[in-house]
Design a binder for this molecule. Structure first.
Ligand code: PGA
Length: 224
């Protein structure tokens, strides 16, 4: 099984979100991808998840949904937070520890491990991002994403060889079944990463904003 997990970050309006999913639906009607070949996930801003979940279920799209963050706290008096219990109503996955959360919101290992605990209590699948092989990975991460900071949104990818080396190093320290690479992944370069021995998938940001590119990445992943 290969994984293509899109991270929209803080992009798109409600209308644009609807258009993306309508376009995705057309693509998936025209060209079928075997669901045992690719697990496709799109991680959206919280506010778009309920409407998208409804559309996904109505149209039986072979696509899972994810959040991009989650509260370290349960339900309660935590103004502005979205709890894992709330998130799981409209998502199956959640990204925790993205480098942008670490950088702009000062999220540290302690806070991130609390977030993983809350997510697991609510039965969310955790996609845990690390910038290198030396970063702590809390128990409970279902998917580990290696994302070198300098490759994110820059158009400069790591080489498949080095990404595979880091993936192998992470696997030697942490028993993870699923390990993916992120950082400027496109339909053109995806195969280089997912054909390496230690990488099972990708976490595209920019390229996931275009439904055609996202679909092409799924097609390329299914062809391996
Ligand atoms: P990018 O983002 O594909 O735009 O580099 C990847 C990510 O931040 O997850």
């Amino acid at each position: 099984m290969k994984y293509v997990i899109g991270n929209w970050k803080s992009n798109k309006s409600g209308q644009e979100t609807q258009e993306w999913f309508q376009a995705f639906q057309k693509l998936s009607v025209q060209g079928k991808i075997k669901s045992d070949k690719v697990e496709a996930v799109v991680c959206l801003p919280y506010v778009f998840l309920p409407q998208t979940r409804w559309f996904r279920d109505q149209n039986k799209l072979a696509l899972k949904l994810g959040g991009q963050d989650v509260s370290a706290y349960p339900n309660g008096a935590y103004t502005g937070e979205v709890s894992a219990i709330q998130l799981v109503e409209s998502a199956e996955y959640v990204i925790i520890g993205h480098s942008e959360r670490r950088k702009y919101f000062n999220e540290d290992d302690k806070l991130l491990s609390q977030k993983v605990l809350r997510a697991k209590e609510a039965n969310l699948k955790v996609i845990y991002c690390v910038p290198d092989e030396n970063t702590v990975i809390p128990a409970g991460a279902d998917i580990v994403a290696y994302e070198p900071v300098w490759a994110i949104g820059t158009g400069k990818t790591d080489t498949p060889e080095n990404a595979d080396r880091v993936a192998a190093a992470i696997r030697s320290k942490y028993k993870t079944n699923i390990l993916i690479y992120g950082g400027s992944v496109t339909p053109e370069n995806i195969k280089g990463f997912i054909t390496t021995p230690h990488i099972d998938g990708v976490l595209p940001g920019g390229a996931s904003l275009d439904p055609v590119k996202f679909w092409e990445m799924m097609v390329n992943a299914a062809s391996i």
